[in-house]
Design a protein around this ligand. Structure first.
Ligand code: SAM
Ligand code: DTB
Ligand code: SF4
Length: 345
């Protein structure tokens, strides 16, 4: 990890916490990040309780509908064809996906997220199939989300017409560090896709990964990029790198869980209204570390024993954790609160 440290100025006064604004600077983000841990957590908790007083955790299931063989060279990703980490598979059928969505609804999931190992969306039968998947997931009464790589305005519009609720497209890291992680696309292309998603009226899910060798400034700069968007993303996934054998980042050291807590707390302070998702990396976290992330502002998790290609905690472990902490799973759709709550009991 690079060790450069920018001077940490005084953090903004506590009275200003919770104001939703898009003029964040790196110095301000960094000042929050540098606060003594308990002060940072206290402040993030207070904003969290104001904005999200319901004690709910959103449960999102992930399904890889097209795995591996991706032409991009993202160093962290097992699905890139530049690494020999996973085998490419053919795309799942609409029925297979809807069966999985039904099962995840029975388990109490509120959102169903489908991922494809594509560089970008193409106007072809595979995209038509994704459109059918989105319609089917909506018809089941679940929130729908897809992550398909870059897309243009017209493609975003088609997804919106199919009823898509959210599009996941992560900035992943800072503009500067991005170049050392991916060479086959540019940071501005990510921003352009987010713009197309927003303009189509789909909610934006965008966050990043920590533990790839980036500096603290890189982490804070990424949060500033997200918080500077005219409208903040509705969801901000914070992933800890899953170090997969065969990928160039496989031998990096694991992150200290406290770094995840700080990142989540700063995200909560900078984007008070967003759902902050404690995303990849939970399998390596203790229950206590996960709860500290939730206390500091995380109110969404991936639920189900698999992420896209790597393991995630078992549903029953998560249900136990949520119950032990007195949290509630978020209701899938208005009026179905009881059903969701009992699924985690
Ligand atoms: N191909 C599309 C794209 O890149 O936007 C969608 C799928 S891609 C796998 C979605 C996100 O998963 C990436 O942006 C990255 O943040 C996350 N991801 C991939 N591999 C990861 C890993 N090993 N650890 C943590 N997060 C990872
Ligand atoms: C996100 O931010 N994290 C998810 C989801 N969005 C698509 C993906 C995590 C992938 C972890 C590595 C894998 O399972 O392949
Ligand atoms: Fe492809 Fe997405 Fe993985 Fe990059 S992160 S290699 S674009 S699947």
């Amino acid at each position: 990890m690079s060790t450069e440290i920018s001077p940490a100025p005084a953090a903004q006064p506590r009275e200003n916490d919770g104001i939703v604004r898009s003029d964040w600077t790196l110095a301000q983000a960094r000042a929050l990040h540098e606060l003594p841990l308990f002060e940072l957590i206290d402040r993030a908790r207070s904003v969290h309780l104001n904005q999200h007083p319901d004690n709910e955790v959103q449960l999102c299931t992930l399904l890889s509908v097209k795995t591996g063989g991706c032409p991009e060279d993202c160093s962290y990703c097992p699905q890139s064809s530049h690494h020999q980490a996973v085998k490419g598979e053919k795309m799942m059928s609409v029925e297979e996906v809807l069966d999985a969505a039904r099962r995840s609804k029975e388990q109490g999931a509120t959102r169903f997220c489908m991922g494809a190992a594509w560089r970008e969306v193409s106007d072809n039968p595979a995209f038509d199939r994704v459109i059918e998947m989105v319609k089917g997931v909506k018809a089941l009464g679940l929130e729908s989300c897809v992550t398909l790589g870059m897309l243009n305005e017209h493609q975003a519009q088609r997804l919106a017409e199919a009823g898509l609720d959210a599009y996941n497209h992560n900035l992943d890291t800072s503009r500067d560090f991005y170049k050392s992680i991916i060479s086959t696309r540019q940071f501005d292309q990510r921003l352009n896709t987010l713009n197309n998603v927003r303009n189509a009226g789909i909610t934006v899910c965008s966050g990043g990964i920590i533990g790839m060798g980036e500096s603290i400034d890189d982490r804070c700069t990424m949060l500033v990029e997200l918080a500077k968007l005219e409208k903040h993303p509705e969801s901000v996934p914070v992933n800890a790198l899953v170090r997969v054998e065969g990928t160039p980042l496989a031998d990096l050291p694991p992150i200290d869980p406290m770094e995840l807590v700080r990142m989540i707390a700063v995200a909560r302070l900078m984007m008070p209204e967003a759902k902050v998702r404690l995303s990849a990396g939970r399998s390596e976290l203790s229950r206590e570390a996960q709860l500290m992330c939730m206390y500091a502002g995380a109110n969404s998790i991936f639920y189900g024993d698999k992420l896209l290609t790597t393991p995630n905690p078992e549903e029953n472990e998560d249900a136990d954790l949520i119950r032990a902490a007195g949290l509630k799973p978020q209701a899938p759709v208005p009026g179905e609160k009881k059903e969701a709550a009992s699924a985690a009991e």
